[in-house]
Design a protein around this ligand. Structure first.
Ligand SMILES: Nc1ncnc2c1ncn2[C@@H]1O[C@H](COP(=O)(O)OP(=O)(O)O)[C@@H](O)[C@H]1O
Ligand SMILES: [Mg+2]
Length: 370
């Protein structure tokens, strides 16, 4: 009985890992111009020059991370003189962690987590670059996670002014930011050295989404698993959220639903059932990055109606006793991750005030419970 349920020929997945969100696809189309632009920034590094600092901008699920990983893969294959380091700032969000990652990439082992000063780690990195004549390219992915910690100024300042301390150190930065509207909150002294070229990643068009998902389906599922009209429906779902992740996750979950029915073909029902949870994939993703106090704040917002920042702070302070500046930083972080909406009221007797609300209160409260 069990053998039957688990037997290989029951599966719709030819290559299931292709539906994991961290899978780096072999075929990466519709981002040719962005890849070209990124190469333009990095190319000087291959000639021993400092790379051009760059900022990739675009909403979630538009291929920013994948573009960088693909390029870094190529660089590692073809040049030994450039060291590309991709840093997920959601995971490594302090200066110390970031430089530990760079150190690890260079030396192949992590510096001890205590007892070694940041200064030592940084000196060793720079020493290596100079002695071996290597150029370092650091991608700070989802750099917005450094903003609330105020670490961003420190990290950028250290990386970008390294050559002033050590004239032969060659380091370039590629920032990745998931929110086009977010203004950077950099120190003037950092802003004056970080004047990045900007590369835009706009949401994929319907045809592009269709093409990308078709490709994933072709290699990831057995033939005939997804009827064309059902794919069209999935493309619609993806387009409405603007996030390709929703589509890939939807394919995976719909495929699992079909398998549960012991069917070799995904039905509309399998997709509909999966949609609820796929839609909240980016919500869960974002919530998992929050600290306890940020979760308290998010819950307050999700449980209430649209609220003025001042009134919200009063409620928040009762629970946490935190200062307004911390509260303000947290609001900005929640705003950047698109978990909340903020807007300014039209000018009333009390002047303009910031109004805060959530888009999907139910999804968010559920995400906070999980
Ligand atoms: N052009 C593309 N071709 C194939 N897969 C893509 C493409 N763009 C994005 N993806 C896939 O969509 C998901 C989200 O892409 P990602 O690069 O993580 O987006 P971002 O970093 O902009 O949020 C990933 O699973 C990735 O494999
Ligand atoms: Mg990304």
């Amino acid at each position: 009985m069990l053998g039957n349920v688990l037997s290989w020929d029951q599966t719709v997945f030819k290559n299931g890992e292709m539906f994991e969100l961290d899978y780096v696809p072999e075929h990466f189309r519709h981002r040719e111009s962005q890849i070209e632009e990124l190469m333009f920034s990095i190319r000087p590094a291959m000639k021993g020059m400092r790379p051009v600092n760059t900022l990739c901008l675009g909403p979630p699920g538009t291929g920013k991370t994948t573009a960088i990983l693909k390029i870094f893969e190529e660089i590692e294959k073809h040049t030994a003189s450039v060291i590309p380091v991709h840093i997920n700032c959601q995971v490594n969000n302090t200066k110390y962690e970031i430089f530990s990652r760079i150190f690890q990439k260079i030396y192949g082992f992590t510096p001890p987590s205590s007892g070694v000063s940041f200064k030592k780690i940084f000196e060793k990195i720079v020493k290596y670059l100079i002695e071996k004549e290597k150029v370092l390219v650091v991608a700070l992915d989802d750099i917005n996670y450094l903003f609330y910690e105020s670490e961003v100024n420190d990290v950028l300042y250290t990386l970008l002014r390294a050559h002033e301390v050590q004239p032969k150190a060659r380091i370039g930065v590629i920032g990745v930011l998931s929110d086009i509207k977010m203004q950077y909150q950099l120190d003037p002294r950092v802003a004056s050295v970080f004047l990045p070229r900007e590369i835009l990643f706009l949401p994929y068009t319907q045809d592009e989404i269709h093409d990308i998902l078709s490709n994933r389906i072709q290699y990831g599922f057995f033939p005939g698993v997804i009827p064309e009209d059902i794919l069209d429906k999935i493309v619609e779902y993806v387009e409405s959220s603007g996030d390709l992740r929703v589509g890939i996750d939807l394919l995976k979950k719909a495929g699992l639903n079909a398998e549960r029915r012991a069917s070799k073909c995904i039905s509309q029902e399998d997709v509909n059932e999966a949609y609820e949870s796929s839609r909240s994939v980016h919500i869960q993703h974002a919530i998992s990055s929050l600290g306890d106090e940020e979760k308290v704040l998010l819950r307050l917002i999700a449980e209430g109606e649209e609220v003025r920042a001042g009134a919200l702070y009063k409620q928040f302070q009762e629970k946490t006793n935190l200062r307004y500046t911390r509260f303000h930083e947290m609001l900005n972080k929640l705003d950047a991750t698109k978990l909340i909406n903020t807007r300014y009221s039209s000018k009333g007797t009390r002047g303009r005030s910031r109004l805060i609300s959530v888009k999907n209160a139910d999804d968010i409260l559920k995400g906070l419970r999980d």
